[in-house]
Design a protein around this ligand. Structure first.
Ligand code: MOS
Length: 721
């Protein structure tokens, strides 16, 4: 096998993280760290029933408690003028209106905020909130997806609704070799280190400034402007740093609106920082999803039919959908494919996108089933995938804008030492541990949206680039600086300043869906290119490769030379299917007596076009791999369905991998540019870093033990039973 991919342009080491020193020294200011004069603190009192109505609520003791300025409930909360419209302009992945706090006496899920205390300290607000007592009229609740599967129905709207069928999917039943299995992904909760934060400060009757944890300052600005019927420019949203989000800050949640509402009422800045407990049911989660994959192949391993069904939970008031089954339509060259996607409404808060949304869940089922099929056929799982490689998109017949999946399989197999893998499970041991190798494929759409970027050459030699995008920690500032520095080769990296995270800057989309490097990077590329041209026009024909920008601007008496450019993807893209791919390889050790799984080695290979920023790209892949290991082995939001309440809504009981759980992770890149997507040739990688990883771990566990675990997480009890 080939050792290294050929790649153009050359794979450089790339620049260091531009905000790295600020982050490790504590100079980076996160949203909860802003302090304003006269600032107050909000804390929620929450419902301890799951479904019903509040018949009375006693807030007197809370109101009398020291330092309390106000207690908001459905009985006294001022109207939010734009709430009637019921729309959420942050483009949530849902149909139906978002939940609104304090508009009526209904309780829709356990832990729903029923009152908000504003006090002069966080401690006093917390104490006062504990004094609030509510009486309820309790109704029968349902929170168990498994039990309510039969009630599931196709979503009424949204882009993931509708069954899909090509050919005769039932052909799998007549195949020489068949797999028909069910898979379960439980609730996963985003659990970034940074809690959700909103700090609202009305600077005039019709003007509000907000520091928030959000993945999109423009979307938060729009949501607040709409809720309070303000001109958009009267809402200022700032988010300079985000301590991880994974999707839970993609939309505007009701506690954010409530904070802005409270600040208006008390006429002082109000800061709300959710508790870890509230992170579990106030800002979304990956929904519990049951899946069934039925597939058949000829004796020589050619797929003849696949049916992929999924049923997931949603809330009683909003339809959340995601693309759980969608990858099955185009992932393999199979003539007959059917997909069915259903949701079941429960008395829970609405789920939301979580890293690799839909596909991460779907890939666990599809890539586990492919492993099961390879096992039954007695062929190598990579070989099975190569025999069913889709050269063109089987869903729509279009060519792929780029696809280097075969090369990714090779690179990863070489690196992990796939040749050591035994076809027969449970036959390899090291020092008394069972050893297994597994792999799984990930895929996610690679698009480019619209963004506006301002680029300016200043007469102090700085290249200033501005756009409103937030960086949720992935290294957007670094990647954008890298792109600019490759156009303005004469400007040292430390003289390039990329400003972000401010709604008054030119509009960028919300950071999510693996599109920002492509979308904002494309606009940075275009703005810098146009600025360079403008400079060339200024100096006429006398230009050199390394012009003295400061000297020229001073001579021309210009304090700065600037352009503002809006750009988006080309219409040519309509003729292509465009995806990023990943292949994850895992070596596990399983202890035969205790069932403990240790991940011993990980190699993740990304086919995500030209790698713009190698250091931050490596971090993205490593972070996603860790998330995928957590999903495979540990993560599970556990509800006691008798009470409709989480029992592990804290960092001690909701397990995520820590350093000791994680081995050396190799991030490899095919690094072949796809110039159809954007001028850098880059495709996204945030989602594919995780998608397919949980299947790779499950497949490795099977290879080690001969036990197939189809319900995540793979905890020792499941291996021992
Ligand atoms: Mo991601 S789930 O698009 O933050």
């Amino acid at each position: 096998m080939k050792q290294q991919a050929q790649h153009t342009p050359p794979f450089t080491e790339g620049i260091n993280r531009v905000d790295g020193i600020m982050k490790v020294t504590g100079a980076a200011k996160y949203s909860a760290e802003y302090e304003l004069p006269g600032m107050t603190y909000a804390v929620f009192a929450i419902s301890n029933i799951t479904k019903g109505t509040i018949t009375s609520i006693d807030t007197k003791a809370a109101e009398r408690a020291p330092g309390v300025l106000a207690v908001l409930t459905h009985l006294n909360a001022p109207k939010v003028p734009g709430y009637e419209a019921g729309k959420d302009p942050s483009k949530p992945p849902t149909t139906g209106g978002p939940l609104k706090f304090f508009v009526d006496n209904s309780v829709k899920y356990n832990g729903q905020p029923i009152a908000m205390v504003v006090a002069d300290s966080f401690e006093r607000a917390t104490y006062a909130a504990s004094l609030i007592k509510a009486q309820y009229n309790k109704q029968q609740h349902e929170t168990d997806t498994e039990k309510n599967k039969f009630k599931a129905a196709a979503p009424k709207g949204g882009r993931n609704g509708g069954d899909y069928k090509r050919g005769t999917p039932d052909d799998w039943k007549a195949a020489a070799v068949k797999v028909e299995q069910e898979y379960v992904v439980p609730i996963n909760v985003h659990n970034p280190m940074e809690l959700s934060v909103t700090l609202a400060h009305w600077t005039a009757d019709d003007k509000v400034t907000v520091y928030a944890k959000t993945q999109g300052v423009k979307s938060t600005q729009n949501a607040i402007a709409q809720a309070f019927k303000l001109p958009v420019e009267n809402v200022q949203v700032t988010t300079k740093f985000v301590g991880g989000a994974f999707g839970n800050a993609l939309r505007t949640w009701p506690h954010e609106i409530a904070t802005v509402q409270a600040a208006k009422l008390v006429k002082r800045p109000v800061k709300t920082v959710l508790t870890r407990e509230l992170q579990f049911n106030t800002v979304g989660y990956r929904p519990y999803t049951w899946q069934k994959v039925s597939m058949g192949a000829s004796a020589d391993g050619k797929l003849t039919g696949i049916i992929h069904e999924a049923t997931a939970q949603t809330s009683s008031f909003e339809e959340f959908t995601e693309g759980t089954v969608n990858m099955t339509r185009f992932m393999y060259a199979c003539p007959s494919v059917g997909t069915v996607y259903k949701i079941t409404p429960l008395d829970v808060n609405t789920p939301t996108w979580m890293r690799g949304p839909g596909e991460a869940t779907g890939a666990f089922a599809l890539e586990s089933a492919m492993d099961e099929l390879a096992d039954k056929l007695g062929i190598d799982p990579i070989e099975l995938r190569i025999r069913n490689h889709a050269d063109t998109d089987p869903e729509n017949g279009k060519p792929f804008s780029s696809k280097n999946l075969k090369e990714a399989y090779e690179m990863g197999a070489d690196k992990i030492g796939w040749s050591k893998r035994k076809l027969k499970p449970g036959t390899l041991t090291e020092d008394g541990w069972l050893i297994g190798y597994g792999m799984g494929t990930g895929v996610f759409g690679a698009g480019r949206g619209r963004a506006t970027v301002k680029a300016a050459l200043l007469d102090n030699g700085t290249l200033l680039i501005q756009t409103s995008v937030t960086d949720i920690g992935v290294g957007t500032g670094t990647a954008m600086t890298q792109i600019a520095s490759e156009i303005f080769t004469g400007i040292p990296v430390k003289k390039i300043k990329f400003e972000l995270g401010d709604s008054s800057l030119p509009p960028s989309p919300t950071q999510g869906g693996s599109t920002i490097t492509s979308t904002v990077g494309g606009a940075v590329h275009d703005a810098c290119t146009q600025l360079k041209e403008k400079f060339q026009q200024l100096i006429g024909n006398g230009g050199t490769d390394k012009p003295d920008y400061v000297k020229v601007l001073k001579e021309k008496n210009l304090p700065q030379l600037e352009v503002t450019v809006t750009s988006s993807g080309s219409t040519e893209m309509r003729n292509f299917s465009s995806y990023s791919y990943s292949v994850h390889f895992v070596k596990v050790k399983v202890h035969p007596k205790t069932g403990v799984v240790r991940v011993d080695n990980v190699v993740s290979v990304a086919d995500s076009g030209h790698i713009v920023s190698p250091k931050t790209a490596r971090s993205q892949i490593i972070g996603g791999a860790i998330g995928g290991i957590g999903m495979a082995l540990m993560e599970e939001g556990i509800m006691d369905h008798r009470y409709g309440r989480y029992v592990n809504n804290n960092y001690a009981d909701y397990h995520v991998p820590i350093s000791a759980d994680i081995p050396q992770i190799d991030a490899l890149f095919v690094n072949k540019p796809d110039y159809r997507v954007n001028p850098m040739g880059a495709k996204g990688m945030g989602e594919i870093a995780l998608i397919g990883m949980s299947a790779a771990v499950a497949n490795a566990v099977y290879n080690a033990t001969g036990k197939r675990i189809r319900e995540l997480p793979i905890t020792p009890d499941k291996l021992l039973s």
